[in-house]
Design a protein around this ligand. Structure first.
Ligand code: GDP
Length: 520
């Protein structure tokens, strides 16, 4: 029997330290976790997860892996797709966003919108992903709620439509006004880590004297917001014009159940998806899924290679033989997993919106489609504009074979983009990344996983523009510019800075020089 419970698949986007791990744990505690795919970062003495697979990661205390946490709430299955918190792994994060139907933007009440939040938000806008905003850490002093609303409107051009409004200022938090029901959700301070939500709902007439003043101030602002078209409108939210806002304290568990309710009530369910040829797959059609992440080297004793796919349509049954769209070859799924790392267990079945992992799926690459029944091929996951470039050469030329294999593998996984030109030759390809930390991952894995230590040399370029074969010819010899070809065939013109890129465009009006989607 296919599992017909409704799905919600979302990611939390935030700047590091806004409280994503805290919120993730709180959400999982409120709901019933059914599977875990190494989602929560292993910080401090929190449950160690597969995310500590690499020594470098341990040393830095950051999470590089991304997978999904699945839980049940109000008879819905919720898939929280993890995004790495560190800004330097942003390209990975961007890919993860291709696998979700909505995003929760977590904002630190004391800091407001931060650079990483803004970048991630842009990707959501680009992909048409509706965003719910959670103002976190309301238990401690922060910015005024109206100032935060202004910031959202000014900086990301989304109209905030608060669903709750704080009663009492940040730091003197009494609770929130539920703007949809008119109730007061009173907050009671609990010891950190308590799993029960410290919330009590009451009608306006039940508000106690001690909270009366703060309550009436909140009511005033609530009315002002109503006059200012700041009330929720489902169509405008799904159309990417507005963002519902709520106030929370993840650490104190306040607002966590409200957020889950909101996700179930407002966030979109998985829906029909179009393939590259325009044909549409309804969620109830035959099985299909696309790979949004490939990862290997998670287990040093045997080299797993996991390909994570989001189910787009149909029911996935373990063992089914599907077709790999890019090669047309059959692909057996007997090792499909919903878990990895130390506690692996096989996934028996998955529905649209769920994330599955294929073990040792050598053939699968990021962006690939697998399907059953009628053919379908989903559009590739977009790659973002790299801003950091290095040449890589094998330290030991005798290990060139290992070097080539390693670079190819890292390219396939999308750890870095690999660029080549006749001029540079195959011995020293150019590696391009959105964030510089990506190169450390490459160095580490080339040494320990592929047994070919490398030498990386920084190149001065900062800007990449898309061009074509003709452009490659015309720009040959231009100063401060070099054209290289990415493995997927795309020609990239690299420039030292954007002024030189703009100048080249002015001087060569016939040459294609297109901006790539902004990344890091
Ligand atoms: P991440 O980097 O976004 O995953 O952030 P963490 O969840 O690790 O949180 C960063 C810091 O903020 C930690 O010290 C948390 O205890 C703290 N924190 C998270 N949520 C809250 C909150 O609601 N209130 C307060 N006061 N602190 C919080």
């Amino acid at each position: 029997m296919p599992d017909k419970r409704p799905r919600r698949t979302f990611a939390v986007i935030s700047h590091p330290d806004a409280g994503k791990s805290t919120l993730t744990e709180a959400l999982a505690l409120h709901a019933r976790v059914i599977t875990e795919a190494g989602a929560v970062h292993g910080k401090g003495d929190r449950r160690a997860t597969v995310s500590d697979w690499m020594a470098m990661e341990k040393a830095r205390g950051i999470s590089i892996t991304s997978a999904a946490l699945q839980f049940v709430y109000r008879d819905h299955v919720v898939n929280l797709v993890d995004t790495p918190g560190h800004s330097d792994f942003s390209e990975d994060t961007y890919r993860v966003l291709s696998a979700v139907d909505s995003a929760v933007m977590l904002v630190d009440a004391g800091k407001g919108l931060e650079p990483q939040t803004l970048k991630l938000f842009k990707v959501c806008a680009l992909r048409g992903i509706p965003v719910i905003t959670v103002i976190n850490k309301w238990d401690r002093p922060g910015l005024s709620p109206l100032a935060l609303m202004d910031e959202i409107e000014q900086q990301i051009k989304l109209r905030p439509t608060p669903l709750t409004w704080p009663v009492g200022e940040a730091g003197d938090f009494r609770g929130v006004l539920d703007r949809r029901t008119g109730e007061f959700v009173k907050y009671t301070r609990t010891a950190g880590g308590a799993t029960r939500a410290p919330e009590r709902r009451m009608s306006a007439s039940e508000v106690e004297d001690a909270d009366a003043e703060a309550w009436s101030a909140a009511m005033d602002e609530h009315e002002l917001l109503g006059l200012d078209e700041a009330d929720h409108d489902q169509e405008r939210f799904l159309g990417g014009e507005t963002t519902p806002v709520m106030f929370a304290s993840a650490l104190q568990n306040f607002g966590v159940a409200q957020l889950l309710d909101l996700l179930l009530d407002l966030a979109p369910a998985p829906s029909a998806t179009a393939g590259v040829d325009g044909s549409v797959r309804e969620v109830d059609d035959d099985f299909s899924a696309f790979v949004f992440k490939v990862q290997s080297g998670m287990n040093s004793s045997h080299r797993d290679r996991m390909a994570y796919a989001r189910v787009v349509s149909g029911t996935f049954e373990r063992g089914m033989v599907v077709t790999h769209a890019s090669t047309g070859r059959p692909f057996a799924t007997k090792y499909a997993q919903s878990l990895f790392g130390r506690e692996t267990s096989a996934v028996e079945q998955a529905s649209p919106g769920d994330i599955i992992g294929f073990v040792n799926a050598q053939a699968l690459r990021v962006g690939d489609t697998v399907f059953d029944g009628d053919p379908i091929d989903y559009p590739p996951v977009p790659s973002f504009a790299p801003e950091h470039f290095m040449t890589a050469t094998a330290r030991d030329i005798g290990r060139y074979k290992q070097f080539r294999r390693g670079i190819e593998q890292l390219d396939q996984e999308g750890v870095v983009q690999v660029l080549r030109s006749d001029l540079r030759g195959d011995q020293s390809p150019v590696l391009a990344a959105v964030g510089p930390l990506q190169f450390e991952v490459v160095e580490e894995r080339m040494t320990h996983e592929f047994n070919s230590p490398i030498r990386l040399t920084r190149l001065d370029y900062q800007v990449a523009r898309r061009t074509d074969e003709d452009g490659a010819l015309q720009l040959r010899g231009a100063r401060g510019c070099e054209v290289l070809q990415r493995t997927d065939g795309t020609y990239l013109a690299l420039f030292i800075d954007k002024w030189r890129a703009n100048n080249a465009a002015r001087e060569n009006p016939d040459v294609l020089l297109e901006e790539l989607p902004a990344g890091g």
